[in-house]
Design a protein around this ligand. Structure first.
Ligand code: DC
Length: 223
């Protein structure tokens, strides 16, 4: 079974996906981490975020691996090197949207994501899982939240790492990234026509997990 969880930055996708995967004993795939790994390596190798052909080559050749980490958060590897922390840097966050918009980059990542989906039960989070990667996913969820709330969550995440960003600045960054992700030509961020949309603005994490589980159980019962 494939559970597709799409939505904009800060909507709670990774937290919810991880908890749902844990509850059912399924795998969890953070597809954003894959695009972030490409963006990180591109930065280090001096490849511009606008250079589609070079980025495509990099994406086709990079070996991206996942291992379970503390508290269930997956550790991410590029070959043997762990990149879990570095892919979350503000520099990578600022460039990853442009990197991920190139057709060749997406083709390389989508092929891997589909292979993982075919290998077994998985909860996948991203922007285009229900629309492009796995349009046949049994359950499709689109998580959203207000700009203010999403920026607040991202700010708190960064604060835990000792990075202080103002609310207005974070809101601006998050809206800019959404606009880029929604406006791109290839596989833009959007809810699949058959996705269940959940606005998490004033919901607690357990409430959202319960709602997703309701959808999964409904699907299982209907089989
Ligand atoms: O979920 P995230 O913030 O880690 O994702 C980083 C970027 O990667 C996001 O701005 C757009 C891109 N992305 C994508 O285009 N398609 C996906 N399935 C996942 C992420």
């Amino acid at each position: 079974m494939v559970i597709a969880i799409d939505g904009p930055a800060g909507a709670g996708k990774s937290t919810i996906s991880r908890l749902v995967a844990d509850r059912y004993g399924w795998a969890y795939l953070d597809t954003g981490a894959m695009y972030r790994t490409v963006a990180l390596l591109a930065r280090e190798q001096g490849i511009a975020p606008s250079d589609g052909p070079e980025l495509g080559l990099l994406a086709a050749n990079v070996e991206i691996g996942f291992k379970p980490g503390p508290g269930g958060a997956p550790r991410i590897f590029a070959g043997c090197r762990e990149v879990t922390r570095e892919i979350r840097s503000q520099e990578v966050s600022a460039e990853v949207s442009e990197v991920s918009a190139h057709r060749l980059v997406r083709e390389a990542m989508v092929a891997r994501q589909r292979a993982i989906a075919e290998a077994g039960d998985v909860v996948m989070d991203g922007r285009d899982i229900g629309t492009v990667v796995c349009p046949g996913a049994e359950v499709k969820i689109f998580l959203t939240a207000s700009n203010r709330e999403r920026a607040r969550r991202r700010r708190l995440e960064l604060e835990e790492k000792g990075i202080i960003v103002g609310q207005a600045e974070m809101e601006k960054k998050i809206v800019a990234r959404d606009e880029y992700d929604s406006g791109r030509e290839v596989a833009p961020l959007k809810a699949a026509a058959d996705a269940v949309v959940i606005d998490t603005t004033s919901m607690t994490i357990p409430q959202v997990v319960d709602k997703v589980e309701e959808e999964i159980n409904r699907m299982v019962d209907a089989r």
